[in-house]
Design a protein. Structure first.
Length: 274
């Protein structure tokens, strides 16, 4: 079985299953997410959003595995490639667990897939246990994109709740800056797709007129690295721990630089913003 992986999530899952040898091709983002792939001389193709027929055809493979996000033109190219396609579209943590099991079964690693799912579930439950006795859950606004404002996905809401927070808004829906201001969240999280940890936190606060929000006044505006929250794979556990630190630093410690960053400008000048 030789596989073309069209999303980093697929390559990360194969890596955690110990099945990187099954890959015949992947995206440049897969190489960033799984450094062990860089020395394997794999064919490099575009992802599920932008791949083209002419780049898929020359790659000897038995299966193409794609995952969200999709674009119609890319889906057409994948289907025209004439190879079996496994098209994943996870929404929740339960969906992600099922995708792990499915990929594991394809590469003959079903037992390892079950173990990986169990490990993820156990780690999430361990974090839940640390916040189970709290009387109030801080309001947390999580943003997947900034123009337009888009709430993070359903699985991020699940992680926020596991970390002892209350998710503001409807997962995956667009939002208005004034509506977020009206909610006045305790914590603001930005994890823009494809932006890594480079979201311009100070600029978005200023442009949206959010200087008076509770989260801004106390310096609880964070950027969490994109790959920790937007990639439906086991690395979401890193996102869980980053969220836990942002929401309950008194319990889990402060956010580390490997997870993202926190703006200090507004915390340092809180007296000017009141």
């Amino acid at each position: 079985m030789k596989i073309i992986s069209l999303q980093p999530s697929v390559s990360i899952i194969l890596d955690r299953l110990g099945c990187l040898d099954s890959l015949a091709g992947c995206t440049k983002y897969c190489l960033e997410a799984v450094p062990a792939l860089r020395d394997r001389s794999l064919a490099v193709v575009h992802d599920s959003w932008s791949t083209k027929l002419e780049e898929l055809l020359p790659v000897p493979s038995d299966l193409v595995i794609a995952s969200v996000p999709y674009r119609q033109e890319a889906l057409t190219a994948i289907l025209k490639a004439g190879r079996p396609v496994l098209a994943l579209s996870p929404r929740s943590l339960a969906d992600i667990y099922q995708d792990i099991r499915l990929i594991a079964s394809v590469v003959g690693a079903a037992a390892r897939g079950e173990t990986l799912v169990a490990e993820m579930q156990a780690e999430i439950e361990a974090v839940k246990a640390q916040t189970a006795g709290l009387t109030a859950a801080p309001l947390v606004y999580c943003e997947e994109w900034g123009k337009p404002l888009i709430h993070s996905q359903f699985w991020v809401m699940e992680l926020v709740e596991a970390a002892g927070g209350s998710f503001v808004g409807r997962p995956g829906a667009t939002a208005e800056a004034d509506d977020i201001a009206a909610a006045d969240p305790d914590v603001i999280i930005a994890a823009w797709c494809g932006a890594g940890d480079r979201v311009p936190l100070e600029r978005i606060v200023e442009q949206r007129g959010w200087q008076e929000l509770r989260a801004v006044r106390v310096g609880r505006v964070y950027c969490i690295a994109d790959e920790l929250l937007n990639t439906p794979a086991p690395n979401l556990l890193g996102g869980l721990h980053a969220l836990a630190r942002a929401i309950h630093p008194d319990i889990f410690g402060t956010l580390t630089s490997s997870m993202g960053r926190q703006i200090n400008l507004f915390a340092a000048n809180a007296s000017k913003l009141k």
